[in-house]
Design a protein around this ligand. Structure first.
Ligand SMILES: Cc1ncc(COP(=O)(O)O)c(C=O)c1O
Length: 396
């Protein structure tokens, strides 16, 4: 294991040289207020008890760590699946949404806004806002609205307003939705909480979201020790902004466990994966890796999976990559489709297209019989059924 000189995981403004707060003056006050509230959370027992209650009795934690016998036989080592797809809402996003909406209540905010790509963060926020009696508005790119219609309907049923973000502002996907939400927040922060969906954006979001997601790794560590009496050799998780990956990596940072993040490589050579092909730059409030051209203009990401279609990545991942503690690879759309089908056919588990990228990487890794792999199934695939059907028909 490569050790990092600065221990990652503190509620610091920066991760090595990455992170920080690169935002217009109009957002500084809102971020300072959020940071102040965030720093009180660890010692706030009633808050922690309330969150644990909702995570357990409402959302269904702990999620199982399932020994995938058929996949294990196929790849020649022990493979365990961390089943975030079984969490209420259908993805890990519920952990963070419950935490941040509870925090918004504690801060006496009266309105919730959020962005969403695949719609999983949007539905998690809509559910948490309905549960806690808050009105919610969710910004979503028009391209994503088109490809994730089921989640749009689910958000609306939970009482949220879905605000389309038009193509003229970019590609009509996740980055544009984040920009719109930040714009809204800059003018309404006195009443409004911006519930950001990943470990990206300006401080304190990368630390705040990580702290709400690290429950995944804490559980997985206990579960694998109970099942096997030893730690895994490798952990795999897909990376969009990076929240499910940081969530499962975090409890293993100090251990001799290989941490592997899998990004979306789209159609291959032409398309980018932020950590694999991007470079260091400032994007949406933080210094991290970003897909940009020679003039620093942001390039669009392209992926079949709306949740990984993002030209930025959380700064803690940039840090973990640079110091060598985690490694990052990219998987193409076609490979992800193979992973999607393999998990369905071998285990009867239909993963989200995002998670299918991690499954696909498992298929091309060199593994030995001594390996124990934990793969984070970040979400379930219902939302992707129509898109997958279309893609498979095109291939016939
Ligand atoms: C199921 C699922 N997995 C992964 C992601 C990517 O987000 P992150 O990298 O923050 O986990 C998303 C985003 O929408 C998602 O819906």
């Amino acid at each position: 294991m490569k050790a990092c000189s600065q221990s990652s995981g503190q509620p610091s403004r920066q991760f090595g040289t990455f992170g920080g707060t690169f935002v217009p003056e109009t957002l500084m006050q809102a971020l300072a207020e959020l940071e102040h509230a965030y720093l009180t959370l660890e010692g706030d027992l009633p808050f922690q008890e309330q969150l644990s209650h909702y995570l357990k009795d409402y959302a269904g934690r702990p999620t199982p760590l399932y020994f995938a016998k058929n996949v294990s036989e196929k790849v020649g080592c022990m493979v365990y699946l961390k089943r975030e797809d079984l969490l209420h809402g259908g993805a890990h996003k519920t952990n963070n949404a419950l935490g941040q909406v509870l925090l918004a209540k504690k801060m006496r905010k009266t309105r919730i806004i959020a962005e969403t790509g695949a719609g999983q963060h949007g539905i998690a926020v809509a559910m948490a806002a309905a549960l806690l009696g808050m009105p919610a508005e969710v910004y979503m790119g028009v391209e994503d609205i088109e490809r994730q219609q089921l989640n749009v309907l689910r958000m609306q049923l939970c009482g949220a307003t879905v605000r389309p973000v038009e193509i003229r502002q970019g590609q009509g996907s996740l980055k544009d939705a984040v920009s719109e939400a930040l714009r809204d927040w800059a003018s309404h922060s006195a009443t409004t909480a911006y519930v950001l969906g990943s470990v990206a954006g300006p401080h304190p979001y990368p630390s705040l979201v990580r702290d709400f997601q690290k429950v995944i790794g804490i559980e997985a560590r206990q579960q694998i020790l109970a099942a096997e009496g030893r730690l895994p050799t490798k952990i795999l998780a897909c990376v969009g902004g990076g929240s499910n990956a940081i969530g499962i990596f975090h409890a293993f940072l100090q251990d001799d466990v290989a941490l592997i993040g899998i990004e979306a490589g789209g159609k291959g050579e032409k398309h980018g994966a932020t950590l694999s092909k991007g470079s260091v730059g400032i994007f949406q409030g933080a210094l991290s890796y970003v897909l940009q051209d020679d003039f620093g203009q942001i390039q669009e990401a392209h992926s079949i999976s709306a949740g990984l279609d993002y030209p930025g990545v959380g700064p803690e991942h940039a840090f973990l990559k640079t110091c060598g503690r985690a490694s990052y690879v990219s998987i193409t759309d076609d490979e992800a489709l193979l992973g999607f089908r393999m998990l369905a056919e071998l285990e009867g588990i239909i993963p989200a297209l995002e998670s299918a990228h991690a499954v696909a990487h498992l298929l091309r890794m060199k593994l030995s019989s001594n390996d124990i792999v934990i793969l984070n199934v970040s979400g379930r695939g219902d939302k992707d059924m129509l898109l997958v059907q279309k893609l498979l028909e095109e291939k016939r």
